[in-house]
Write a protein that binds this ligand. Structure first.
Ligand code: ZN
Length: 196
């Protein structure tokens, strides 16, 4: 691990103070290879922005795992900052964006993240119909966690840095057009099915 620290002559985007700290760190991570972590921090107001850049680029890819048995829930999932994951059966998609994290987890852990989003969504919906829809999806998700409900986990990455590590994972190359439709880092979580 190599770490550097530097004071930069730039204004804080939050409070306009001068003198942001820039910290960079290179780290070798499983599957990702060499990763450059950067953090910009303002000592005056506490503003902080972190980013991850994967130094090894791979071709754009889609990983698909049909989760049919309980043991599939244990498959490792590596989601980089540029990864989009979807569970079509729930109408759920998490795209790269502010506040989205890269993580190394397993399928069950991914379901846990989806659950958090659905619970938040349910609390935010003002109307009874959409609250009830969120409730239905949470019940479906609970059965998925128990291995009682088969589903599909799709993970797409325009930089090829995300993966579902299982021998049953189907890996497809994405065309340039498909890859260019994927978001790469400036959007937010959204629950497609719950929007309309
Ligand atoms: Zn500041």
């Amino acid at each position: 691990m190599v770490q550097r620290e530097l004071k930069v002559d730039a204004r804080c985007p939050a409070c306009q103070s001068m003198g942001l700290m820039l910290r960079t760190m290179t780290q070798t991570m499983p599957y990702f290879g060499d990763v450059l972590l950067t953090t910009v921090q303002c000592d005056a107001c506490g503003f902080k922005h972190s980013d991850t850049m994967v130094m090894t680029q791979r071709p754009p890819a889609r990983h698909t795992l049909r989760v049919a048995e309980k043991q599939d829930l244990e498959a490792r999932v590596v989601r980089s900052h540029s990864g989009t994951y979807r569970i079509p059966e729930l109408g759920f998609a998490a795209e790269p964006g502010e506040g989205s994290e890269s993580f190394v987890s397993n399928v069950e852990g991914v379901l846990g993240r989806v659950q958090e989003v659905l619970v938040r969504a349910r609390l935010m919906f003002p109307d009874v119909a959409r609250q009830a829809r969120a409730e239905e999806l949470l019940a479906l998700l609970a059965r998925m966690v128990q291995g009682e409900e088969p589903f599909t986990l799709v993970l797409e990455d325009p930089f090829g840095n995300s993966a579902i590590l299982s021998e049953r994972t189907q890996v497809e190359a994405l065309t340039e057009a498909q890859a260019s439709e994927l978001r790469t880092g400036m959007t937010i979580l959204d629950v497609e099915d719950l929007q309309g």
